[in-house]
Design a protein around this ligand. Structure first.
Ligand SMILES: C[S@@+](CC[C@H](N)C(=O)[O-])C[C@H]1O[C@@H](n2cnc3c(N)ncnc32)[C@H](O)[C@@H]1O
Length: 350
């Protein structure tokens, strides 16, 4: 099968929930760090009219082209930049685009990249093993697959793909090198990993691992989240949609840590960290797509949205009252760490 480029239009995931979490308002200024096909960006521009502005970033030049087309009607309010969001702060400074009302990360791949972009992201279509978001990046998936020592390959597949059979997959790959294409790799993984009892294709985890490694996805996300918080203005919002547990863990830990008053190791009798909360969580639990959305757009199935906003002086005053309550409860709850963690969570949300 050889589908045409951009054959699948990207349907934005959790669109209503994202607009709500960003609290998009007329005249607001927003950064979409993963503008992709411009679906979320267009909704932000529509809701922030009149006077709204959007800075859209994407590492993939083809995504920037697609976003230009989709956002044509808003061209006077939008600035599109082909860069990696690891440079978020520098990009916002370069374009004098801060402080902002909201920042969105909709991580992973767009349908345009997945469906026949010819860039090797999918095992459904035959293509060279590339997987770079930006063709200017140095390392391709083929470089990793064909040049890494077996143990390193197994580590990548285990760490970034959470593949239980990583050593076996690595052994089969090394035996069949050079691996030349996506379908070649998928066939090798199929031989290495049994398909029995699993709903997902055996190559899913290996492909995810290679894409994450090629694009340094987890490292870049951690760096960008830290930069994002610095760019938020009064009550500014940070919204992240992730698609697998490794990304979600980074987002969850980051937001929870930034919402906590104390980050001392558990069991420390008196707080010595001096940590100041900077975020307030917007939802108690992660936001997932509805059954209807999952049915209409199967790509949304694994999506998880987390959101937080910059803490204000009023939040801090309310926090002081909560603190007294927490300290009293802490004195009694030390034997029940689970209860204490729950209380701390409620405390972070308050
Ligand atoms: C799920 S798509 C975004 C779709 C978009 N929200 C929409 O509604 O059309 C993810 C996009 O993020 C981009 N991306 C992933 N990692 C990136 C990074 N580190 N820096 C910049 N863009 C990145 C990908 O190239 C892709 O276009």
């Amino acid at each position: 099968m050889s589908p045409s480029k951009h054959s699948s239009y990207h349907v934005p995931v959790l669109l209503g929930e994202t607009m709500e979490a960003l609290a998009v308002q007329p005249g607001g200024r927003y950064v979409d760090c993963t503008v992709g096909g411009g679906g979320h960006a267009r909704a932000i521009l529509e809701r922030s009219f009149p006077g709204g502005q959007l800075l859209g970033i994407d590492a993939d030049p083809e995504a920037i082209d697609a976003a230009h087309k989709r956002l044509e009607a808003h061209r006077s309010s939008v600035l599109l930049v082909n860069d990696n969001f690891v440079n978020l702060q520098a990009t916002c400074i370069r374009y004098d685009f801060f402080p902002v009302h909201g920042i969105l990360f909709d991580l992973g791949l767009s349908s345009m990249q997945l469906n026949g972009s010819g860039r090797g992201f999918s095992f459904q279509y035959d293509a060279p093993l590339d997987m770079r978001f930006n063709p200017g990046q140095e390392i391709t998936a083929a470089d990793i697959v064909n040049s890494s020592p077996e143990a390193e390959l197994a580590r990548i597949i285990r760490t970034y793909g959470e593949e239980g059979h990583s050593r076996q997959v690595a052994r089969y790959i090394v035996r069949e090198r050079p691996v030349t294409s996506t379908l070649h790799l998928a066939r090798i993984v199929e031989k290495a990993v049994s398909r029995k009892g699993s709903k997902i294709h055996p190559a899913t985890k290996t492909f995810q691992a290679l894409r994450i490694a090629v694009n340094l996805e987890l490292e870049n996300l951690e760096i960008a989240l830290k930069q994002a918080i610095e760019l938020l203005g009064f009550e500014g919002r940070l919204v992240v949609i992730s698609y697998h547990s490794l990304e979600d863990r980074i987002v969850k830990c980051f937001m929870q840590r930034e919402a906590r008053k104390c980050v001392c190791p558990p069991g420390t009798p008196v707080c010595v960290c001096g940590h100041k909360p900077r975020l307030k969580l917007i939802h108690r639990h992660v936001v997932a797509p509805s059954e209807d959305e999952m049915r209409a757009n199967p790509r949304s199935r694994s999506a998880k949205l987390r959101a937080a906003r910059l803490i204000t002086q009023n939040d801090c005053l309310a926090t002081e009252e909560m603190e007294v309550l927490l300290a009293e409860t802490k004195a009694r709850a030390w034997r029940r760490p689970a209860l204490l963690r729950k209380l701390q969570m409620v405390f972070a949300m308050a």
